[in-house]
Design a protein around this ligand. Structure first.
Ligand code: SAH
Length: 571
């Protein structure tokens, strides 16, 4: 695990000089992305325009930050946002050449561990300043992965007593504690208890719960959460001690199983159908208590925290990601995060290239000739093995793109593993919105969006819809306006529109919008020629109220006023 905090860290750099060191840090932190200042850093995973805005956004999004710059700059940047020390993500400042590593914030979220990992990658010593760490080699308030502090309220006083010279009695087994420099003494007045059981903490006592309990479930039952709570109470086991929830593959889509994992805030893992989840001994080796089997719930306690990754497979995740039209600034931060946290990227080659670059630990499944449905199935099948997958579309994934294909593929499937995937659709700016923004506001009133492609629907339907849309006086955005295989369709479409609309109706041709080759042309319905349109163009035909006026620089703005059916206020 990279850090105690759940998200993969962002490594922020201001110049190419830091790139080599940043890459070394990146390879040591799972899923980390490099964010580089636009114009100064070439080859970063993510480009940003302003350091302050970028760092504050990451901080507010709870992303661990590794900033290659002066500690003072980071402090000043984040200072206005500091309020609750339990809520802040880890923040580390690293000298631009990687020669110094200073943990700044996030002491309760593993910042010292993160700093140590970074320092190891860079071959330097971290500048740890936390008293407990310095004196005893441990931050008791924030135990390492696999342990939870049962009574955090007691830690401040406990630390004060330790610093005053008190000795500690250790009850139970925790290798991480014995590796510290805490003053252990069997007759100490302070005590640390390590137990999976619910215990009433005594005066001057800290209780740590190892995440050593396996909760094995059988699906197809109602009220599993309540049964789990009762089973834990019966064995006097703390819910904080649960390390993992397991179920059989056939229950991968069981809502109750997922609800238990969510309520316990622990991962769910799926084991082969043949493995009996009611006998978690078969799944976990070092069982020291149990198994306690009661109906669909079985509990077992291992000697040490559960190594979750060694059990079965994870719940997979599939993010259907909208990349926007092309330019980086038009991609939602959530889309970028979904890409960064994915192990596999699936999509049409051009779009995958647009979404990159990707790291060496990410697998890109770019395809040119696959049908959308095949690609959707490929993405679902990958995610169903427990992987974290992103399938990408340009623009919005829900507009003539992958989201509907994924929905359909899933709807058709009876595979529990497919239905058990965590599925999320991340919207993007669609081509029509992008072209409209460049031209002004031609979609300022009612409009519709039509695809001219007759690959997936009969041409008669398209003609009918064009006719109705034009008759209804809607502005119309045409996607897939033409292609080598569909040479005459656009001319016919324009013919239909001309029946209802005046020749001077503004028409916007947006080609490669948001990409380096972008062109925006405003013509009129009377003069527009299909020769000016290709498959990388979106065509917006105005309604009867769409108008144009000159803009700075000699070109024109086009817009459709927000009112309708009222007299023109200027007239
Ligand atoms: N999901 C995409 C649309 C995919 S259909 C979206 O929401 O934008 C493909 C069609 O979209 C293309 O034929 C073209 O008409 C349009 N298109 C996609 N990206 C475009 C861009 N950057 N500039 C202009 N048109 C674009």
């Amino acid at each position: 695990m990279a850090t105690v905090s759940g998200r993969a860290p962002a490594i922020v750099i201001l110049g190419d000089g830091s790139l080599a060191a940043a890459r070394r840090v990146q390879t040591s932190l799972a899923g980390a992305t490099i964010h580089g200042l636009a114009g100064r850093v070439t080859g970063a995973d993510v480009a940003f325009e302003k350091f302050g805005d970028a760092v504050r956004t990451l901080f507010q999004d709870d992303v661990p930050i590794v900033a290659f710059c002066a500690a003072g700059i980071v402090i000043r940047t984040i200072a206005p946002l500091l309020s609750d020390k339990r809520a802040e993500p880890p923040v580390v400042a690293v000298a631009e050449d990687g020669s110094a590593v200073v943990p700044l914030l996030g002491g309760l979220r593993g910042v010292n561990d993160l700093a140590r990992q970074i320092a190891t990658a860079l071959g330097v010593a971290p500048a740890i300043t936390t008293t407990g760490e310095v004196r005893f080699g441990a931050t008791l308030e924030s135990p390492p992965e696999g342990y939870e502090l049962g009574n955090p309220g007691a830690s401040k006083r406990f630390m004060a007593d330790l610093l005053a010279g008190e000795k500690v009695r250790l009850v139970g087994n925790a290798p991480w504690l014995t590796q510290t420099r805490l003053p252990f003494d069997p007759s100490g007045r302070l005590s640390i208890v390590v137990t999976p059981h619910v215990v009433e903490a005594k005066e001057r006592e800290l209780v740590f719960h190892p995440r050593s309990v396996v909760v094995a479930l059988q699906g197809g039952q109602e009220d599993l959460s309540r049964l789990v709570t009762e089973a834990l109470v019966r064995q006097k086991l703390s819910p904080q001690s649960v390390g993992v929830v397991i179920a059989a593959e056939r229950d991968a889509a069981d809502a109750e199983v997922h609800a238990v994992a969510e309520a316990l805030a622990r991962p769910v893992r799926f084991v082969a159908d043949g493995t009996s989840p009611s006998a978690p001994v078969g799944v976990v080796r070092d069982v020291v208590e149990g198994p306690f089997v009661g109906g669909p719930v079985a509990l077992a306690v291992a000697a040490l925290p559960i190594d979750v990754k060694k059990i079965g497979r994870a719940q997979g995740r599939l993010a259907v990601v909208g990349l926007g039209p092309g330019t980086h600034g038009w991609m939602a931060p959530d889309a970028r995060r979904a890409l960064a946290s994915s192990e596999d990227i699936v999509g049409y080659e051009t779009y995958v290239r647009m979404a990159g670059p990707f790291r060496g630990d990410q697998t890109v499944h770019a395809s040119d000739n696959r049908e959308e449905m095949d690609r959707a199935r490929q993405a679902l099948a990958l995610a169903a093995t427990g992987r974290s997958v992103a399938v990408v579309s340009s623009g919005d994934p829900g507009i003539f793109a992958m989201a509907a294909a994924v929905m359909e593929a899933l709807h058709e499937s009876t595979e529990p593993a497919w239905h058990g995937v965590e599925l999320i659709v991340i919207p993007g700016i669609s081509a029509a919105q992008a072209a409209a923004a460049r031209a002004g506001a031609p979609l300022g009133h009612d409009f519709c969006v039509l695809s001219l492609s007759d690959n997936l629907k009969p041409w008669e339907t398209i003609e009918q819809r064009l006719d109705h849309a034009a008759a209804a006086d809607l502005a119309v955005a045409l996607y897939n306006p033409t292609s080598a295989a569909r040479p005459w369709q656009l001319s016919r479409a324009l013919e239909i529109l001309r029946v209802h609309r005046a020749p001077e109706t503004p028409v916007i041709l947006g080609r490669d919008v948001g990409r380096p080759a972008e062109t925006i042309t405003i013509v009129s319905l009377g003069t527009v020629s299909p020769a000016d349109v290709d498959m990388r163009t979106v065509v917006i035909i105005g309604s009867s109220t769409t108008r144009t006026f000159p803009r700075l620089g000699g070109k024109a703005w086009a817009y459709t006023p927000r009112w309708y059916g009222k007299p023109d206020r200027k007239a």
